[in-house]
Design a protein around this ligand. Structure first.
Ligand code: HEM
Length: 180
């Protein structure tokens, strides 16, 4: 995964577990002492190990930690890529256009970043369905980012996931409705 994600994980861990926990977590998850840099690519396994440690320490499930982390990191994604975000967009517009506008540009500009390919259907003005099938199986991050985007636009969402790779399905279908 991209260095940005690890730097975000450090900030999330500092904010939620205390600023002194990061080095212990690196050691206890078998990574050892390491400094991540924003623009480099690292093994997915390291992010999985760190998130599993957070899960053990907090009693939250791994998908719940990923979801919290996704929401936590969204303001940073907005800041770094704000030029890609159209001023007229709201939550569902941004999600609808993430693949062809945002993730595509992120992939082009940062070869170390491999954001997932999202398929998004806009069923009606108030509902999208995301089909997510990344082998990383981090649909929690998608749900968390969706929540973070809604927080940014001060909108209320309801999110359900009728199919999920973590339950053995071929892909995750994440249905997101905005309250009007
Ligand atoms: C401002 C908007 C966004 C930006 C700049 C952005 C950028 C990124 C970047 C840089 C990564 C890391 C890729 C890597 O580690 O190789 C990522 C991962 C991810 N993004 Fe986005 N993203 C945005 C919005 C969204 C939205 C709206 C969703 C879905 C609701 C989403 C879903 C994901 C997921 C699930 C991952 C990580 C898991 C995986 O790779 O399977 N992103 N994104």
């Amino acid at each position: 995964m991209y260095g940005l994600i690890f730097m975000g994980l450090k900030k999330y861990i500092d904010a939620n577990l205390g600023a002194n926990k990061w080095n212990n977590l690196l050691t206890n998850s078998g990574i050892g002492s390491k400094i991540y840099s924003y623009n480099s690519e690292y093994q997915d396994q390291e992010a999985v190990a760190l998130v599993s440690m957070v899960s053990k320490l907090t009693g939250k499930t791994v998908p719940a930690v990923l979801e919290e982390f996704g929401e936590f990191i969204t303001p940073e994604l907005f800041n770094m890529y704000r030029l890609l975000i159209k001023p007229e967009w709201r939550t569902l517009d941004l999600i609808e256009h993430t693949e062809e506008t945002i993730h595509k540009t992120v992939r082009m500009k940062n070869p170390g970043a491999k954001p997932p390919e999202l398929k998004v259907s806009r069923l009606n003005p108030n509902e999208v369905v995301i089909t997510y099938s990344s082998q990383r199986k981090m649909c929690g991050i998608a749900k968390g980012i969706a929540k973070g985007v809604a927080k940014h636009y001060r909108e209320q969402l309801s999110i359900v996931e009728p199919s999920c790779m973590l339950r053995g399905d071929a892909n995750c279908k994440i249905s997101i409705k905005v309250a009007k």
